[in-house]
Design a protein around this ligand. Structure first.
Ligand code: DX5
Ligand code: ZN
Length: 219
């Protein structure tokens, strides 16, 4: 059964001085999931926000919060992000001392979990984790900034993860993250992703509702 395409706008492209309204806008425009890009300045050369922002935004919408942790030692923080209101917590497995344990911490909180692969990270090395995941995220840019161009070679990585999941019988979605917009969404979906993170293409659009509508209709 084909999965519905879900759009997860990233608030990294929102207004950091008025993020509650950026989240309200996201829902008004038809976004399905709120993508929260957490950066610690160590795993990536950028710093964004942490648990307090997630907790503060929780009251602005009932949409699912998808916390993408671009942080070192995520095992030290995943529970706090769950408590702050994240519904889905994903992290980069090579940043964790024990990614399987980190996934179990998220699941013990009753939340959904996943691993995120930067373009230069070997997927096979962590494929055994998929049995514990509720989704797998393939970066189509290098984590750390919004507004980058999609790296076409990463489409093969989406295809590869989809093949591994299909072979294993694990019926979970692949989320693609980075540089996604109207011009390339078709290729991303054709590769097998059904959750599309879109930051700048939505927040910088002259008509975000139309943009999200076009992305959602991607076939
Ligand atoms: C990059 C983040 C992405 C990014 C998406 O480190 O993980 O979620 O903010 O933003 P765009 O869609 O502008 O590439
Ligand atoms: Zn992200």
């Amino acid at each position: 059964m084909d999965r519905e395409i879900l759009i997860a706008p990233s608030i990294l492209s929102g207004d950091f001085a008025d993020m509650g309204n950026s989240v309200r806008d996201l829902e008004k425009w038809g976004g399905d999931i709120v993508h929260l890009d957490v950066m610690d300045g160590v795993y990536v050369k950028n710093i964004t926000f942490g648990m307090p922002m997630v907790a503060a935004l929780r009251k602005y919408t009932a949409l699912p919060f998808d916390a993408h942790l671009m942080i070192t030692e995520p095992e030290n923080y995943v529970e706090a992000f769950c408590d702050a209101g994240a519904d889905i917590v994903t992290f980069h497995p090579e940043a964790s001392k024990d990614p399987a344990h980190t996934l179990s911490l998220i699941k013990a909180k009753g939340k959904k979990c996943g691993v995120v692969f930067n373009p230069d990270v070997d997927i096979d090395r962590y494929a055994s984790l998929f049995s514990e995941c509720d989704m797998v995220v393939i970066m189509t840019v290098y984590a750390g900034r919004g507004g980058q161009k999609l790296i076409p070679e990463c489409l093969d990585r989406i295809r590869y993860v989809k093949t591994l999941l299909d072979k294993s019988g694990r019926d979970i979605p692949v989320e693609a993250d980075g540089g996604i917009g109207e011009s390339n969404a078709r290729d991303v979906v054709a590769a097998g992703a059904t959750i599309l993170v879109a930051g700048s293409s939505v927040y910088k659009s002259s008509d975000p509702t139309k943009t999200i509508g076009i992305l959602k209709e991607t076939k």
